[in-house]
Design a protein around this ligand. Structure first.
Ligand SMILES: *Cc1c(COP(=O)(O)O)cnc(C)c1O
Length: 435
C-alpha cells in the first residue's frame, strides 16, 4: 500500500516512511493511494469481534506490506490495552467513550499506535530517532505517555509556560527517561515556530534523525477509524444496522478517521461536524468557501483551531468535490454558554456528565435529531475526553464535586522535571546539539 500527498507533488511512499516523515515533502498530508474496501461480510458481522480484532482487520491492508500478521496483532493488542465502551442514553442517543486510556482523552489511541509502530521500525533500522512536538496540552500528554520508555525513540516536547492546565503539565513534564519537556517562555505559536525551524535546519538534521508526532501524522489518523466500527459492533448487538456519528472537532483528524472508515465500507448515514465558535467547517458546509480565520479561545480548548489541517484530507477522500463533502456532513457550532448549558441539562436529565468538547457533539446530535434532515437512525456522539480533565470548568458552573481517578492522583503527585527554555531558536538549537 502506498501513500500519496494531498498536494499531489511528492512521490508515493510506504506507511512507515509516511509516518517517519510526518508531512510530505510538498507540504501536503499523506493519504492512502487507494482506500481498501473490506468485504460486506466483515461489516455485517462486526458484533462477533472485539476491538483489537476489528483494529487488526482494518489496519491489515495498510501495514501488511511492511509488517507480519503477528506483528500487526501484537501492535493492536499492546496499543489498545485499555477499555472503550458505548453508553446508551435516552432517545436513540449513544456516547462512545474514548477516554479510558492513560491520559483520559481519545488522543491515546493515535499516540499509542504510533509509538509502537515507531519502536518496530527503529528496531529494524537501529538508528535513534528524536521526535519533536509542540503542544498546547492534550497532544503532549498523549505523546509523552505513548512514547514513554519506547526503545530507540527520544521525545522532546515544547509547551508554553503557564498556558497548559496543571494536570496536563503533570502528565507530560514529569515522566523523565526518554521524555524531555521544555517549558518555553512564550505562547504555543513560539513552540511551533521553534519546531518548524529545527526541521528546516540542515546541519541539525544531519546530526539528529528528527521526526514529528503531531496530529496530522498518518499513523495517528489511521487508528482513529477503528473505533467507529466498534460503535457499530455494539449497536449490532441491539439489532441496529446503520448509524449517524456526531464528532466534536477542532483539527478534524477524528472526523476524518470516520470518513476513512466509511470509505472502507462501514455503513454510516451521516457525520455531524460539531465545533465551538471556531466554526470554519460548519460555515463551509452551509455553503461558504473554506475560509480559515484566527482561532478564538473557548472552554473546549482542544478544539480551538481556526485553520483545520485535516480539511485537505476530507476533500481528498471525496475526490476534491466540495458538494460530495457537503452531502455526507452536517455542521453545527456552539458558544461557551451553550456548551455549559448542555453539560448541565444532560447531567440533570440523564445523570451523565459530559466534558465540554463532548457536550458540543451531544448538542449537535440533538439539534440534528430535531431537524428536518433527521431520520430514524441512532446517533453516536464521540466522547473525546473524561470530564474530570476539565474539572475546573465543570465544578465552577455546576454544583458537583468530581472524584479524581487513581491514575490521575498518581500523575498529580509527581514532580515536574521540565527544562526552562527561551523562545529564541539559537538557544533551542544549542540544546538539541547537546541533547
Ligand atoms: C484533540 C481533541 C479534540 C479535537 O479533535 P480533532 O481530531 O482535532 O478534531 C476534541 N476533544 C478533545 C478532548 C481533544 O483532545
Amino acid at each position: 500500500m502506498r501513500f500519496v500527498s494531498t498536494n499531489k507533488n511528492s512521490s508515493p511512499v510506504g506507511f512507515l516512511d509516511a509516518m517517519k516523515r510526518g508531512l510530505a515533502p510538498d507540504g501536503g498530508l499523506y493519504m492512502p493511494e487507494n482506500v481498501p474496501v473490506l468485504d460486506q461480510g466483515f461489516w455485517q458481522s462486526l458484533h462477533r469481534f472485539d476491538f483489537p480484532d476489528i483494529a487488526f482487520q482494518m489496519a491489515h491492508p495498510y501495514l501488511a506490506d511492511e509488517l507480519s500478521d503477528d506483528a500487526i496483532q501484537t501492535l493492536v493488542n499492546d496499543a489498545f490495552d485499555f477499555p472503550l465502551s458505548l453508553k446508551s442514553l435516552t432517545d436513540g442517543h449513544h456516547i462512545l467513550e474514548l477516554f479510558h486510556g492513560p491520559t483520559l482523552a481519545f488522543k491515546d489511541f493515535g499516540a499509542r499506535f504510533m509509538a509502537r509502530l515507531f519502536s518496530e521500525s527503529t528496531e529494524k533500522s537501529q538508528a535513534e530517532v528524536t521526535i519533536l512536538v509542540a503542544t498546547s496540552g492534550d497532544t503532549g500528554s498523549a505523546v509523552a505517555r505513548g512514547f514513554y520508555k519506547v526503545p530507540g525513540v527520544r521525545v522532546c516536547l515544547l509547551y508554553p509556560k503557564g498556558k497548559v492546565s496543571p494536570l496536563q503539565e503533570k502528565q507530560m513534564a514529569t515522566l523523565g527517561e526518554n521524555i524531555t519537556a521544555l517549558e518555553v517562555d512564550g505562547v504555543f505559536d513560539d513552540c511551533q515556530r521553534l519546531v518548524k525551524e529545527a526541521f528546516t535546519d540542515e546541519e541539525l538534521n544531519q546530526a539528529l534523525q528528527l521526526s514529528s508526532a503531531n496530529s496530522i501524522n498518518i499513523a495517528r489518523l489511521l487508528p482513529q477509524s477503528f473505533y467507529y466500527a466498534f460503535a457499530l459492533s455494539e449497536l449490532q448487538k441491539k439489532g441496529i444496522s446503520d448509524v449517524i456519528f456526531s464528532v466534536p472537532s477542532g483539527n478534524f483528524g477524528n472526523l476524518t478517521g470516520g470518513l476513512l472508515a466509511k470509505k472502507m465500507g462501514l455503513p454510516v448515514k451521516k457525520f455531524i461536524a460539531a465545533t465551538n465558535v471556531n466554526d470554519v467547517v460548519p460555515q463551509f458546509l452551509k455553503g461558504s468557501g473554506f475560509l480559515p480565520k484566527p482561532s478564538v479561545q473557548t472552554v473546549s480548548n482542544a478544539m480551538d483551531v481556526g485553520n483545520p489541517s485535516n480539511f485537505a484530507r476530507m476533500l481528498h477522500l471525496y475526490g476534491g468535490s466540495e458538494e460530495a463533502v457537503r452531502n455526507d456532513l452536517a455542521g453545527y457550532s456552539y458558544s461557551d454558554s451553550q456548551t455549559i448549558e448542555t453539560i448541565r441539562a444532560v447531567y440533570e436529565s440523564e445523570e451523565y456528565l459530559l466534558c465540554p468538547h463532548t457536550a458540543i457533539g451531544y448538542r449537535a446530535a440533538s439539534e440534528f435529531k430535531n431537524s428536518k434532515l433527521s431520520s430514524s437512525s441512532e446517533i453516536v456522539t464521540l466522547a473525546t475526553a473524561h470530564p474530570v480533565k476539565f474539572r475546573d470548568v465543570i465544578e465552577k458552573e455546576i454544583d458537583i464535586e468530581l472524584e479524581i481517578p487513581n491514575t490521575l492522583k498518581k500523575d498529580l503527585e509527581r514532580k515536574k522535571t521540565s527544562i526552562p527554555m527561551g523562545s529564541s531558536y539559537g538557544e533551542f538549537r544549542s540544546f538539541l546539539f547537546e541533547f
